[in-house]
Ligand binder design. Structure first.
Ligand code: ZN
Length: 635
């Protein structure tokens, strides 16, 4: 995989290590991490024998404060608290070597500060070794989290382990680490890869307190022509801001962020559309010092980076201060409008992914704020609606989403997107599938897909015709039907019996489809669109909200009609002219009918009026009823 330019086991040590420190170490490396500490049984001294375990956490993202032998095979391990803040102790990442073949041990992590976590619901530590560099989760059967009488009633995480290769160095971690160095090498790789076609620019927004880069990626391929044709009445350019890793232990969030960046700078058609229409500002690591130091939550100064947005100063949190300036500048600009600020986090106490948002007194504004989470829910199988929360909690006043809600324009939608450190429930609602790096990357891609869907929903981007989608989907997969979200039923009869066919993954017909198009195309356009996968997502007031009304298009309003015309999309003009032709033909037909009826009436025969359906409730429309209605037209 890209970005893993170095083996994390080759420690990029931040401490000068003497050649003989393993013999004379005081047990704690710089800043409180153990640095090649050998634990000998009581009464033994001199050269260490095989099986006298050697612990080390003096490397980037490392965290282990102390190890003690408490029985023949049992070790008590103490996590090192965050720098300048003893409250937070949850992240761990350390190595063990000098093991004996088939040595069995029990490790107890005895000072975890967070008792509400998923250790009893599938979350287990990860392990890898120098000969097997891929992270693996320990089996649930080896891991226990409980209140221990032996440890004054504290919560203890115990896990048993069998060292099966004598020469290997074993590494244990809470989650697959994503270090500052890894981010830097990943950014170097994608920067080198993009060549002359500049899909993004990278700059150092500010240096952290320990002089590390806070990188800012700008993905912007909005061309001049698009600015003039696509944005006739909207001279501003929409900006999406993504932030990640303000909490240093939340490595899964970085994997999500990498998945999103990878997708946005890649060759996928959706990425092309997004790049050409919107500007992305991405800060992939807000807290590089905390990440490097192996802190659980805080920066070097012991401050929680997602609780200080409202008070951040240039001296104590230069990172937040600089990002805030960028946000303010964009928000006050005449050229740009921030649509989204999405803060990526990882969660150790809940499964799946979910969103925290803000509350608004204005019901229309609130509803507009709910659109993105709902669309995201329809895209992501692992989304958990029950964990989604919208609040104006006083405790979270210093978080990014609250800061944006209170200090930036009303058009900004700020969310915290949380992804579990453990896994997500499968469709049965009981089985938990644990995330791996690919799973996190998928969450990132889903964010991008949802953004596309959102902008189609509010009519900023045109909705493609189903026939176009068929061409795209069919060409790629060799099948003449659009991609489906779930696997299609194999039996053709069962497929036809189903009340609502599964067809497409997106496209919100309620905001676009003209009813007469449904009929004239005998279900070709409207039928496919109506039965889209989006059926799962049903906006609260789909028919009362006019497309392009202020409810969904932000405060800086624009008229949809003008936009649609200015989009210059042939599909629109073609459809509307076709629609006019058909209407005219129908009118002539009706004229003739009336004349005929008039003649019959004058002959004294009573003819009942022909049934004619003029209003169709899209919510009621099924494939069967559509066929019925169109056949009633034909007859
Ligand atoms: Zn967090």
């Amino acid at each position: 995989m890209l970005g893993i330019a170095r083996d994390p086991l080759e420690h990029t040590s931040m401490y000068e290590r003497g050649s003989d420190d393993s013999e004379d170490s005081d047990g704690e490396g710089g800043l409180g991490n153990v640095s090649r500490v050998i634990i000998r049984p009581p009464g033994q001294s001199g050269k260490a024998k095989r099986g006298h375990l050697c612990f080390d956490a003096a490397f980037e993202t490392g965290n282990l404060g102390k190890a003690e032998l408490v029985g023949e095979f049992e070790y008590d391990l103490f996590l090192r608290p965050d720098t300048c803040n003893p409250r937070f102790r949850f992240w761990f990442n350390f190595t063990v070597d000098n093991v004996k073949q088939d040595q069995r041990v029990l490790f107890n992590i005895v000072n975890i500060s967070k008792s509400r976590n998923l250790f009893n619901s599938g979350l287990t530590p990860l392990v890898k070794s120098s000969s097997r560099p891929k992270w693996q989760r320990l089996s649930k059967r080896q891991v226990f989290f409980y209140r221990s009488a032996m440890h004054q009633g504290h919560y203890v995480l115990s896990f048993g382990f069998n060292f099966d290769k004598e020469e290997d160095v074993y590494m244990f971690a809470l989650a697959s680490p994503y270090s500052y160095s890894r981010l830097q090498s990943y950014l170097n790789v994608i920067d080198a890869r993009q060549g002359n076609e500049k899909r993004f620019t990278r700059c150092v927004l500010i240096k952290s307190l320990q002089n590390r880069n806070v990188d800012l990626l700008t993905i912007d391929q909005v061309t001049h022509s698009q600015r003039t044709t696509n944005r006739l009445e909207r001279s501003f350019i929409r900006v999406i801001v993504i932030l990640c890793r303000s909490h240093s232990s939340e490595a899964p969030a970085s994997h999500v962020c990498q998945g999103l960046i990878e997708f946005l700078v890649g060759n996928h058609p959706i990425a092309h559309v997004l790049r050409e229409n919107f500007v992305f500002k991405i800060v992939p690591m807000v807290n590089p010092d905390g990440v490097f130091l192996g802190n659980n939550r805080c920066n070097l100064m012991g401050q929680d980076m997602n609780r200080n947005w409202h008070v951040a100063s240039e001296f104590t949190q230069p990172e937040l201060h600089a990002i805030r300036n960028v946000l303010k500048e964009l928000d006050n600009s005449d050229t740009y409008q921030i649509d989204f600020v999405i803060d990526l986090h990882a969660n150790s106490s809940m499964h799946g992914c979910f969103i925290y948002g803000n509350t608004y007194e204005d019901v229309y504004r609130y509803e507009r704020h709910l659109v993105f989470p709902r669309l995201f829910a329809s895209n992501a199988k692992d989304y958990v609606a029950e964990h989604t929360m919208f609040n104006a909690d006083e405790r979270k006043a210093g978080s990014l989403r609250r800061y944006c809600c209170e200090r930036l324009s009303d058009t900004v939608n700020a969310y915290t997107l949380e992804v579990s450190m453990a896994g997500h429930y499968l469709r049965d609602g009981k089985t938990v599938a644990l995330y791996n790096e690919d799973g996190y990357h998928r969450v990132g891609r889903n964010v991008a897909r949802t953004l596309l869907q959102y902008y189609r929903f509010i009519n900023v981007l045109p909705v493609p015709l189903v026939s176009e989608m068929r061409l795209q989907g069919g060409g790629k997969r060799g099948r003449g039907r659009p991609r489906t979200h779930h696997s299609r039923s194999r039996s053709r009869t069962r497929y036809e019996v189903k009340p609502r066919a599964k067809t497409t993954r997106c496209h919100a017909p309620i905001s676009y489809t003209n009813l007469s198009i449904c009929y004239d195309s005998t279900g070709g356009v409207g039928g496919g669109g109506v039965s889209s996968d989006e059926g799962g997502f049903s906006p609260t007031r789909p028919l009362t909200i006019a497309p392009g009304s202020s409810t969904f298009s932000g405060c800086r309003n624009y008229r949809r009609a003008a936009t649609a015309a200015s989009c210059g999309h042939d599909q629109y003009s073609e459809l509307s002219s076709r629609h006019k032709r058909v209407t005219r033909a129908r009118e002539r037909e009706r004229e003739r009918e009336r004349e005929r009826e008039h003649t019959i009436e004058s002959m004294g025969v009573c003819v009942p009026p022909k049934p004619y359906l003029s209003i169709i409730d899209l919510n009621q429309l099924t494939r069967g009823s559509l066929k019925l209605k169109s056949s009633s037209f034909d007859s």
